[in-house]
Design a protein around this ligand. Structure first.
Ligand SMILES: [Zn+2]
Ligand SMILES: [Zn+2]
Ligand SMILES: [Zn+2]
Length: 763
């Protein structure tokens, strides 16, 4: 019996090869009907024998193209008609619809096979791509997304490529960057002055340079990398010296998962992450011994590893036979990544010996994404290339808002309907180049999404560049959102929570409503507002920003706070090693309250403990002291936890650190190993936070807990706290789609601002 079904599919189903996929699915079963793009997604009419149609419907979501994301699918009976075949139709309004732009995608297995197949017409072609793979977001100037509005516009397509482009059964149907040796972009090798080097094969030449210990700038998808041989200590040191990057870990690109297994522990989740189409940098536990130079990631048990994602990467790795290449952003420390050929030669002057460039322009920079896998769960540390501009799907429609994020690790967020579009990683706005990239990202996102919201959300910190920018916008309604409230709202939004939750917001720095620097916060929060239910006890931050760079100051601040000047008589290495004049100056500064704001920061507590234990007196990159403190933990069954007192002050619980420091000092005096002390410190925090959760459940009746803020990058703390809370019967929500740190802040700002407009949809 013939039946007909009307099927509506929404989500990311345009520009990802969905129509050709459905075409093949239908024609393969000899079904008739149509498919067309609509405002909401695609509409399919399919007709044929009952069983075949049912089989079609069953397979539709399961075999969808890698880049498609189906958010809803509805099937309705329809009256049969006289279709003779299955057609891709151009609906009237469908062609007008502005489709979502897909992110940049790693080369697919089919293209990779062709790349290394001597009989293929694209053999060795560094720009091979198809509908399932290749550049998207970074080559788009404007919408609608077709070749003329991308940086492929200057390459007239050849007849053979055009035939592929127009054939619905071809893998390259409507692949805008489709190209070949005859019609597409080409690679060149330049010297450090930007002069073209005559050679038979620029990629081979570049590989030889890397083998010789040189640094080669390689143009990737979202910007330049600086490449060096990761197994050569000399090459890595050279790169560190030139980049002015002392100890911050470098990521390495490794040919394939088997090669990764030789240097890191790889479980199933890690393998899936490494091989995913987004190809993020995945932080993995190092193996020892290892061929990787120690200087790649010193004092760190983890290594950031990623697989090649462009054909050029594959050719370079194979040509050079490299085990691993350091592939770090092509920039000086903290500046945005270079994208233009000439700009790269200027900005990377003195950093790179050669430039492996090409003539397909990168229109928008996009750094590599970074994820960490712990306990089989993937967490975003930096959500950028491969993920952007896929939106975070919200539970309800909301008024459009532009949220401009924080100051460090900035991202912005634009909401439209049920979609929250977060930008790529923008960086630290104190940096002039990053700040102009911030402007670019706002313009670009507003242009491709065709909205310019009347409401702008920003942080409460009056000195953040993002806040100042928001306040300069005329005709915009500006909503200031407290930093930690934004963290918790961000976690709520991606978990589709409504109502109120208990929120643990732990991080380094966020401007508080009392003008102090918050960072160890327990909130009872909804989207609209929050109460500060508990926080870590305030101490002085002697020297402001200097105290962040020099953790020994925080150790001195905590010790002076709890024990007065007497701490100078303690018989522990930390005190013996103190520079006496500097310390006296610091104590005077605190006594007179000069440049010493109050802080409840959790990050600074980690800094203090790290310094006190002799792990880190000064840091070379953000959160280094806390990271190395976590790395120091030794595996053991020791459940000892340093005690922390909870003191009720008015309506708020204060988490006192006095008993914690007393117990810690006692262990230091008894020469307890630092691996044990670090564990006991972490356990102490877990116990204190779990007790607060219980107290708040009693008074508020709330049973849902959100964990957010950069401190939750700490795997030990996150896992211990989560399992402790789950065991106590709480529902625990964490971040998966956006970073727990400040990279996810803009999402929270956006949903809080929308709620404050009274536009939050009904439950
Ligand atoms: Zn492909
Ligand atoms: Zn061609
Ligand atoms: Zn934060």
């Amino acid at each position: 019996m013939e039946v007909r079904r009307h099927i509506e599919v929404s989500g990311i189903v345009q520009g990802v090869g969905f129509r050709p996929y459905v075409y093949r699915l239908a024609t393969g079963r000899h079904l008739t009907g149509t498919i067309c793009n609509t405002a909401a997604g695609v509409t399919i009419e399919v007709q044929g024998p009952c069983e075949a149609v049912q089989d079609f419907v069953d397979h539709l979501p399961t075999e969808a193209p890698a880049l498609a994301r189906i958010t809803s699918l509805s099937v309705h009976e329809a009256a049969c008609s006289g279709d003779r075949d299955f057609r891709i139709v151009h609906s009237l309004e469908g062609e007008e619809v502005r489709t979502l732009i897909s992110p940049d995608v790693a080369i697919c297995p089919e293209c990779l096979r062709e790349l290394f197949d001597p009989r293929d017409r694209r053999y060795g072609y560094p720009f091979i791509n198809c509908t399932n793979c290749g550049p998207r977001f970074t080559i788009v100037r404007d919408i609608p997304y077709d070749r003329s509005s991308t940086s492929m516009a200057i390459f007239p397509i050849c007849p053979t490529c055009r035939a592929e482009y127009e054939d619905p059964l071809n893998r390259r149907f409507h692949a805008q960057p489709n190209a070949c040796w005859d019609c597409g972009p080409r690679v060149e090798l330049w010297d450090k002055a930007g002069r073209r080097i005559e050679c038979r094969d620029p990629i081979t030449e570049a590989a030889l340079g890397i083998h010789a210990g040189l640094v080669v700038a390689v143009k990737g998808l979202g910007g330049f990398h600086l490449a060096a041989d990761a197994t050569s200590a000399a090459a890595v040191f050279l790169l560190r010296e030139r980049k002015h990057r002392v100890e911050k870990p470098f990521a390495v690109m490794v040919p394939d998962v088997d090669a990764v297994r030789e240097i890191c522990e790889v479980d199933e989740t890690a393998q899936a992450g490494l091989e995913s189409v987004q190809r993020p940098i995945v932080l993995l536990p190092k193996k020892t011994p290892t061929p990787i130079a120690e200087a790649v990631a010193p004092f760190n048990r983890y290594l950031g590893v990623f697989l090649p994602y462009t054909p050029l990467h594959h050719l370079l790795l194979r040509e050079g036979g490299f085990k691993a290449l350091v592939m770090t952003s092509g920039n000086l420390s903290e500046e945005p990544i270079a994208i233009d050929n000439r700009e790269a030669v200027l900005r990377l002057d003195g950093l790179a010996d050669y430039f492996l460039v090409h003539n397909r322009d990168i229109l928008l920079r996009c750094d590599d994404s970074v994820v960490r896998i712990a306990g089989g769960v993937t967490r975003q540390l930096r959500r950028s290339r491969g993920f952007v501009p896929v939106p975070v799907f919200l539970k309800n429609e909301q008024t459009s808002v532009l949220a401009v994020g924080g100051e460090l690790k900035n991202t912005i967020c634009l909401t439209k309907g049920r979609h929250a579009f977060l930008s790529q990683h923008i960086g630290d706005l104190e940096n002039v180049e990053s700040y102009s990239f911030f402007h670019e990202a706002i313009d670009h996102l507003q242009r491709i999404l065709e909205i310019q919201p009347g409401t702008i959300a920003c942080d409460l910190h009056p000195d953040y560049f993002s806040t100042k920018w928001a306040q300069q916008q005329r005709n915009a309604h500006v909503v200031g959102v407290q930093h930690h409230h934004a963290h918790i709202a961000s976690c709520m939004a991606e978990n589709h929570l409504e109502g109120r939750v208990i929120g643990f917001a732990l991080d380094g720095t966020g401007y508080g409503t009392d003008g102090h620097i918050w960072g160890g916060e327990v909130l009872v929060a909804g989207y609209r507002d929050f109460e500060r239910a508990a926080h870590f006890e305030y101490v002085l931050l002697p020297g402001g920003a200097a105290a962040i760079r020099e953790p020994w100051r925080m150790a001195a601040s905590y010790l002076a706070h709890h024990f007065g000047r007497d701490f100078l008589n303690l018989d522990i290495p930390f005190v013996h090693q103190l520079d006496r004049p500097k310390t006296e100056l610091l104590l005077r500064m605190m006594k007179q309250e000069i440049n010493s704001p109050l802080t409840s920061s959790c990050g600074r507590l980690f800094d203090a403990v790290s310094a006190l234990m002799g792990i880190r007196h000064q840091v070379n990159y953000e959160a280094q002291a806390a990271i190395e403190l976590e790395m120091a933990i030794l595996p053991s069954d020791d459940r000892t936890a340093y005690p922390m007192e909870l003191v009720l002050e008015g309506e708020k619980w204060i988490v006192s650190t006095r008993t914690l420091f007393q117990a810690l000092l006692e262990d230091l005096r008894r020469n307890v190993p630092i691996g044990v002390i670090s564990r006991r410190f972490h356990n102490g925090l877990v116990e204190a936070l779990a007790r607060i959760a219980n107290l708040l459940r009693e008074t508020t009746g709330l049973n849902r807990i959100c964990l957010s803020g950069g401190t939750f990058y700490n795997v030990y703390l996150s896992q211990q706290l989560e399992s402790r809370l789950l065991a106590a019967g709480f529902e625990v929500f964490t971040h998966h789609e956006v970073p727990a740190g400040d990279g996810g802040l803009s999402l929270g700002q956006a949903v809080v601002a929308a709620a404050s407009l009274g536009a939050e949809s009904r439950h």
